[in-house]
Design a protein around this ligand. Structure first.
Ligand code: NDP
Length: 232
């Protein structure tokens, strides 16, 4: 499936149809990567492919079997950006639903681990590779979002421990922990229109998705013996 020439670095980016994932896809294509962009919304992916020439894959990352099959067929991958994620912030834990819990954990935690597991063996064999995972400030510091915060805390510990497991393999692990970024995140996280308007009117000057893409590109571009562990 990989049409990249031998010298072209190859990146797989999950959640590439909007926000940080889309901006990172555009940025890495501009940096000379062959990008495989994954998401569910095919119209958004088509627009991204038309604009950048990247390969797109309509794939729900919570479908582990399909994700594993994709990894088997895609060929060499140098960089995995585990970005697909969501929050469900309408409700407190006391008023949450089973779906709030399963959807958040399946997307933010399980899919990220499955994707990492799928691409790691080949990276280790080739003694090169970089796993970049998008965590959150909510995974490190207390914030009013128990389920989301717990999912991102799992991403944080996963990255710290994976980095130790991979010591000496040449495979790098970077965790990116954004604060508030101007994306569609809150459109998904807050379904009540009044609450959404309030959440959008936070008075915070938000970081842009392009600025996050710059940050991710920085972590990727340092020399191979340098590992940027975490950027908050
Ligand atoms: P967006 O909502 O703009 O992007 C989320 C992306 O994830 C979309 O491309 C969406 O695509 C994709 N996605 C969600 N579920 C799935 C799924 N099951 N399968 C495949 N793709 C999926 O938000 P952001 O860009 O802000 O979010 C990116 C990451 O950044 C997330 O992990 C988020 O938790 C994290 N983050 C965001 C912050 C913010 O303030 N925006 C702050 C801290 C962390 P589609 O719907 O087409 O499948």
């Amino acid at each position: 499936m990989n049409s990249a020439s031998h010298d072209t670095p190859v990146a797989v980016i999950t959640g590439a149809s909007s926000g940080i994932g889309e901006a990172t896809s555009r940025r890495l294509v501009a940096e000379g990567y062959h990008v495989h962009a994954i998401a569910r919304r095919h119209d958004r992916l088509e627009a991204l492919a038309a604009a950048t020439g990247c390969d797109t894959h309509v794939l729900d990352v919570t479908d582990s079997e399909r994700l594993l099959r994709f990894a088997e067929t895609v060929g060499r991958v140098d960089v995995l950006v585990n970005n697909a994620g969501l929050g469900r912030m309408d409700t407190s834990m006391a008023h949450g639903t089973l779906e709030d819990i399963t959807r958040t954990i399946d997307t933010n935690v399980t899919a990220l681990m499955v994707a990492t597991m799928a691409f790691l063996p080949d990276m280790i064999n080739r003694r090169t590779g970089h796993i970049v995972s998008i965590g959150s400030m909510a995974g490190i510091y207390p914030l009013s979002s128990a389920i989301y915060g717990a999912s991102k805390a799992a991403v944080h510990r996963f990255c710290t421990n994976l980095r130790i497991e991979l010591g000496g393999t040449g495979v790098r692990v970077t965790e990116i922990c954004p604060g508030r970024v101007a994306t569609e995140f809150y459109d998904v996280a807050v379904t009540d229109p009044v609450q959404r308007a309030k959440s959008k009117d936070s008075g915070i000057k938000e970081v842009t998705a392009d600025e996050l893409a710059d940050t991710i590109n920085y972590a990727l571009s340092v020399p191979a013996h340098v590992n940027i562990n975490r950027i908050e």
